[in-house]
Design a protein around this ligand. Structure first.
Ligand SMILES: [Zn+2]
Ligand SMILES: [Zn+2]
Length: 264
């Protein structure tokens, strides 16, 4: 567990994070979760990965939908042009998974979630950075893919000191830490044990997500792609950072950065 320390909020909108900022003791990520009217969430996943990440994506989704996990997935492929994968545009009510050469910018993996006005996750992306070729052993590919996707469900880390809990949500290089463990499934089940008054995921009824199909003019600007980068850094730890950015529509996008440094 890692406590929030020295957090500076620069606007009232960001202050709500302070209220829910430190619930990491139970390994959730600030209790962030998707809103759901039932205990099963059929989450649409946009596959914006190239073939060299397809296996890792499939295996992670398979693992995250096992056992008592509340999630099942409907996967749709997108075009995997470099432009699409680099932009990795968020889609309302869905999770998009991308890989690209994002540059040697310090991060191996990046999970981003957009929170609606009730604080529920309403869309998210998981990105893998191909610019760090040398890091990507098979075990590390599995580990980071699995962890970034776990963050998009609202999971935090089980540890950050390199110790192994035999889950991809730790920061160890144990070969047994490539996939979720039973604790993760139990945690997800308890996080999603309650019933919300609406679905924040795209459930095909138009109630999930914003149901908007169209370009930025009709549906508003894509989230998490501000020109100033990731917004405000609110957590800076050895192995990861958390950034928050206020969107023009009043929602927040929260980024979890898996740092390449300290990772050797
Ligand atoms: Zn809820
Ligand atoms: Zn992480």
């Amino acid at each position: 567990m890692k406590l929030l320390k020295k957090v500076t909020y620069s606007s009232a909108a960001l202050a709500i994070l302070a209220v829910s900022g430190n619930v990491s003791a139970n390994h959730t990520w600030n209790d962030y979760h998707w809103a759901s009217k039932s205990n099963t969430i059929n989450l649409k996943v946009i596959d914006s990965t190239t073939p060299n990440w397809d296996q890792e994506l499939n295996d992670s989704l398979g693992a995250w939908s096992q056992s008592s996990s509340p999630f099942i997935f409907t996967v749709a492929s997108s075009d995997d042009s470099s432009r699409t994968r680099k932009r990795c545009t968020m889609v309302s009510g869905q999770m998009r998974v991308c890989n690209a050469a994002y540059g040697q910018n310090g991060w191996l993996g990046l999970a981003s979630i957009n929170l609606d006005s009730n604080g529920h996750i309403s869309q998210g992306t998981a990105k893998m950075n191909d610019s760090y070729d040398s890091y990507w052993t098979q075990a590390e590919k599995n580990h980071v893919m699995c962890q970034e996707i776990g963050h998009v469900f609202g999971l935090g880390h089980t540890s950050e000191d390199g110790s192994s809990q035999k889950t991809c949500m730790d920061y160890s290089q144990d070969v047994n830490s490539q996939w979720p463990n039973s604790h993760d499934y139990q945690l997800l089940a308890s996080m999603y044990n309650h019933i919300d008054s609406y679905n924040s995921y795209d459930d095909d009824t138009g109630s999930g997500g914003n149901g908007c199909k169209g370009g930025p003019k009709k549906c508003g600007k894509a989230k998490g792609n501000n020109e100033f980068g990731l917004g405000h850094k609110v957590i800076s730890a050895d192995k990861y950072e958390v950034w928050v950015e206020a969107e023009s529509d009043g929602t927040l996008t929260v980024h979890h950065v898996y740092l390449a440094e300290g990772h050797h």
